[in-house]
Design a protein around this ligand. Structure first.
Ligand code: NI
Length: 171
């Protein structure tokens, strides 16, 4: 089932998520919805907080890498800082250059059965891990920008939102 994605400045995006403790049908159904919602929005990653569920959980599908279900994820930075044209399904319609990600991370997470697993992510997938883990702690990528860049991207974002709202009232 496709769920509604919360958009900035919804305060629910700023809440810190709590660890997943129950590995049951409810969790599996939530993960299914997150995967459907991510694909529908043509995103490469989605954290549960983005659909208003405050559990430490994200899904990710970047290029040819496998679909990752990251429950209670943690990561270690291994690579070098990378420049990225970053965007977010919760700040739709705009992107901005960021330099706050590293290009290689080692990830530890649990799977749907609650079993620990690890993997190494590179490039865009590494950036996505960092982006989704930020969501889990209530952060958005625009927080990491300089004041000037943040003001600029949020101005563009507000303009996009106004245009979208106008389109909606016309239809
Ligand atoms: Ni995002």
């Amino acid at each position: 089932m496709i769920r509604e994605i919360l958009a900035h400045p919804d305060p629910r995006l700023r809440q810190v998520s709590r660890p997943v403790e129950r590995f049951d049908d409810e969790l599996r159904s939530l993960v299914d919805d997150m995967i459907d919602t991510m694909h529908d929005a043509e995103g490469i990653g989605l954290a549960a907080v983005q659909i208003g569920v405050h559990l430490r959980l994200a899904v990710m599908k970047v290029d040819e890498n496998p679909l990752r279900i990251m429950i209670n994820p943690e990561y270690e930075k291994l690579g070098e800082p990378m420049e990225l044209d970053e965007g977010c399904l919760s700040v739709p319609g705009v992107r901005e250059k960021t330099k706050s990600r590293v290009d290689r991370v080692h990830v530890r997470a649990l799977d749907l059965e609650g079993q620990p697993y690890e993997f190494e992510a590179n490039g865009l997938e590494a950036a996505c891990v960092q982006h989704e883990c930020d969501h889990i702690d209530g952060h958005l990528y625009v927080d990491c920008l300089s004041n000037v860049r943040r003001a600029r991207v949020l101005k563009r974002y507000r303009r996009e939102r106004e245009r979208a709202a106008e389109r909606e009232t016309r239809d």
